[in-house]
Design a protein around this ligand. Sequence first.
Ligand code: NAP
Length: 300
Amino acid sequence: MKILLLGHKGMLGSDLLSRLSEEHYVIGMDKEEIDIVSADECNNAIKDIAPDIVINAAAYTNVDACETAREECFAVNAEVVKNIAEACRNKKNRIIHFSTDYVFDGTAGEPYKEDDQCNPINVYGESKLVGERYLQSFSDNYLLIRTSWLYGINGKNFVQAILTKANAKNFIDDTMAKAKAKADNPSTLSVVDDQIGSPTYTKDLASAVALLIEKNARGIFHVTNRGSCSWHQFAVKILKEAGFDKIEVIPIKSNELKRPAMRPAYSILSMQKFIQTTGKTTQPWQLALQDYLKDSKLQN
Ligand SMILES: NC(=O)c1ccc[n+]([C@@H]2O[C@H](COP(=O)([O-])OP(=O)(O)OC[C@H]3O[C@@H](n4cnc5c(N)ncnc54)[C@H](OP(=O)(O)O)[C@@H]3O)[C@@H](O)[C@H]2O)c1
């Protein structure tokens, strides 16, 4: 199949490009080639390339910045989806689009199913939900994949942030005077323990997308790595796997961080529909993390 992949340089987009190119002819476009906010540019790209599938992996993903950059956030996460859906409807192309666990408010006591009530608690989540609604209204041939807590080789992510901090602290341990190091308490990291979700490696998500394409799946699907944890538990595991045994991870509450955007306390997504449709599941997040760490080493 011929696939037009928008946002192919992003964290998920770059893994989609390499995975889907194994079976399909994929044309990637990112900011250098297209401004997806322009309806004309989207229309022309879809008309000229005439793909079987348009995949939109482009998004405005800085959750805290969305709180103040509301207009840009809605332009990229919502209006763009409408433009693509309209352009595709005329040409009968299929659309694959991505959304987030942040469309939910986090008050559920069990994993969210695809048709559960959405109620975002931050601007990013609101914009992604409007994008979802546009897709559902303007396209009758779509695959909408909600995912969560992404990390991948080609993007800024939580795993990388924790390792960067850990490396900096290790450096301090080796070089600074002990008294100063003690005063600064350099061997601790503070991470929130009151948000629960499913960390997801973009490489595994890209394989799941390939499977959903193979199965000709349509509608909404939840796809994450298996299992769940808090950010605190995730950080502890990252440091253990990377050999930073001496760094203590202190559990803190979200309100201590004073971040601009609120996050849902619980955002586990049910994978039942994916499992029933494909007959397969994804690997547990702990194994996915090991793969990511191996893959990052190979890259460096
Ligand atoms: N990251 C997560 O934890 C997470 C969780 C759940 C769902 N998702 C969803 O998963 C999808 C992929 O996320 P991601 O983290 O891989 O995103 P990402 O790394 O931020 O990549 C998005 C890509 O879109 C490009 N882009 C942004 N605005 C554009 C524009 N106007 N024209 C053309 N390209 C533009 C970006 O370019 P620049 O980098 O130059 O801006 C970037 O290459 C998104 O739909 C996101 O909402 C992400």
